[in-house]
Design a protein around this ligand. Sequence first.
Ligand code: HAM
Length: 424
Amino acid sequence: MQIQAVRGFRDVLPGEVALWQKVEAIARSVLERYGFREIRIPILEKTELFSRSIGESTDIVEKEMYTFTDRSGISLTMRPEATAGILRAYIEHSLYQLEPVSKLYCIGPMFRHERPQRGRYRQFHQINAEVLGSSDPRTDAELLALLRTLFEELGLRELDFQLNSLGCPSCRPGFRSKVAEYLGTKRARLCSDCQRRLMTNPLRVYDCKVETCREALAGAPVILDELCQECEAHFLSVQKNLSLLGIPFSVNPFIVRGLDYYRRTTFEVLSSDLGAQNAVCGGGRYDGLMGELGGPDLPGIGFAIGEERLVSILEGRAGAPTSSLDLFLAALGEEATEKAFLYLDKARRLGLRAEMDFRGGSLKAQMRRANKLGSRRLLILGEAELSKGMATVKDMADGTQVEIPLDELESAMAGWKEACSQRG
Ligand code: HAM
């Protein structure tokens, strides 16, 4: 019986990979320009790391983690996000001793046992960035500026930046009790999940997509009315700095985020191209988390972009990269095939993307193959060419042909490589 991939786990096929590579290359280039350095952390962590940081009563920890006991009896979890692991590594290796502010990024797969649908998978990929050690509101604005640059360089200008503040331990508990009290009066109209959330995590109701829950929230208390002075000043300063940099945003007091570690600034970047799962990026500040994980009491803020969602916005747009070939070698006859095989290797060593078809076949069949692969040039080596010590080279775009002596072929190929590099 044929074995299929696990539900919610996708293959990224060769035809799609060019876009993923483009997204990652631009992301790396922008992140490094803004002072971020890559960190690579394990996919498996101790379960406790996630339950303590993301929060016991979140959907992720309650019902979405891939958790198992390994052969030594330890409970391990496949990372559902990267922030907790980055903080664990930062504390474990005392990275705070190296720099007062560390900017770290990582790109890779995350795992959540959610109900799969368009834009929502059980294995998905994030481009994740964290700034550790700065509580300055300019850092919040700087992260959003980075996102604007990254999206602009990918050709996306129409994304919606939405911002909120979730307060801190001195103002949030008061807000939380007000919410619990208010929603208590609307209990009957809430979905069964939200009725449960009322006891464990009432703010999560703000994030519920069920229509009756959304209706119940009309007239609910708004966190921004309850912020303490410090949180309010921080939030105003973030907005002032965003305006200074000319970054358009809107304030949305319903952005509560699905992870419990947030404090103060939270944000999401939304795209109208995405359907129900419309958040292409989410993030926020988590001052206090480092201390709770046993590290120094340093502030932090970060974001994660969902790569599947970003790639799906870019798919089908003009300018999506296609990978093509620089040279296809067509050979006719045993001796010519042997020569072509040798030149194929030389071409590749010179840096050209070159291919030939070992099945041989007629010249017409080999030309069809060159066309299919989108080759820029076709090099023909037949018996006639061999006897003259020449190769015929055809420009596939304009159809022109030249003959090149075999002993000059290598330098001609080096010239083609040079021309490719200049075109970028
Ligand atoms: P998050 O909002 O859970 O935040 O995820 C960030 C992004 O990952 C989402 O906006 C979405 O694009 C993508 N994403 C999440 N779940 C899925 C899924 N099942 N399938 C496809 N894409 C998905 C975090 O993970 C935080 N760690 C972000 C952060 C970093 N906050 C501070 N630092």
